[in-house]
Design a protein around this ligand. Sequence first.
Ligand code: UDX
Length: 436
Amino acid sequence: MRICMVGTGYVGLVSGAGFAEMGNDVVCVDIDKAKVERLRQGEVPIFEPGLDELIARNVKAGRLTFSDDTAASVASAQVVFVGVGTPPRSDGGADLSAVDKVAETVAANVKQETILVLKSTVPVGTNARARRIVAKAAHPIHVVSNPEFLKEGEAVNDFLRPDRVVLGCDSDDTFARDIMARLYHPVCLDKDRIIWMAPASAELTKYVSNTMLAMRISFINEVATLCEKVGADIHEVRHGVGSDVRIGPKFLYAGPGYGGSCFPKDVQALVQTGREHGVEIDLAVSTHRVNERQKGLLPRKLKTHMDGDIRGKRVAIWGLTFKPRTDDVRESAALTLIDVLLTEGAQIVAHDPEGMPKIREIYGDRVQLVEDAYEAARGADALVLLTEWRQYQNPDFDKLKSLMKRPLLLDGRNIWSTYGLRGQGFHYEGVGVRSE
Ligand code: UDX
């Protein structure tokens, strides 16, 4: 099939390369000429394990190309996917101008009956809005909503082996249903994996999924706070609770607060959508509020250990990205910690396997970044772990103790909680774990 993927961001590149891998003829389009040129040279602008190889293999096979000519690219495609950005507006809503522009370009250029697939995360009602834009085109344009559930760091695998593919499409639109079913067939051999629904339901499914996951995290983070007060341990509680098959053990890990480009934005978007329709979604409001409080947890713990005064203290941070296997620091708990430390006059020395360039862009030389994780700990009054990168899982604790000025470890991911570190001369604190 001839596919055009508009937008070479995260969703666009992974999906474009993924569809090419399934044997389709895919052109990925972006208005950013320099980016298209870099892609043509084989440079992949985002960090995502396995994506470089996937792109290179399909470019070589001639199934994947890049273009900055949206009009020509959409004209020759049977299916046009929209993977452009929908940044938040100042009032909390999403800016849909890029989506509108693609719909207008498709409407003005189609040469055959075409399917327009909305893959960007968009507010409920965007499918209907796109239909109005393409209504008067020279050929019929079918608008389908196909939200993306990719996780950063696992996006290639998520695309090629999805749990489910959600397709919002009119039930009597056999043209769109046949083509979309064929397109996803290679990764959905098990037919139940394709879930057909009304467009508005598909749009809502994305926000509800992410808010539900975020809600679990905020809830377990609140429970972790209670654990510390009552002498319970969050690992034990999680195990006990998550063993109920109705609940399950995933996304119940206490931590420094969730981050990333999706959860914070999508929880807020669900709240906003509710308000636009006179529905106050209290649980989503609380999920966000609890998370904001949680991001202040490690700064608070740190200050408590320093008798409220962190001025002039040297604080080491391990992990800056919002989770491992990404270079993304958006909404990361590290940003909150860094902001507090800078405001209160502490000195910061940080390490992250992939996230340091983005932190440098934000903070310049106000945060000292080091290539060797142990260097960060040299002379430190505390070491705060924020991201559970594998390389931090089992460090040389003797070395750490000899390097640090004061052996205070604040483990925001509870990865060292079972090592008996208090017995080895450390002040150790996790999130909701029992004192040893
Ligand atoms: C998420 C959704 O999982 C994905 O389906 C959607 O398409 C985009 O948003 P992503 O943002 O890549 O994906 O990250 P995810 O792995 O879900 O983690 C989000 C945040 O929650 C991270 O900061 C992570 O550390 C945190 N988290 C996750 C916890 O604190 N505890 C957990 O138990 C799980």
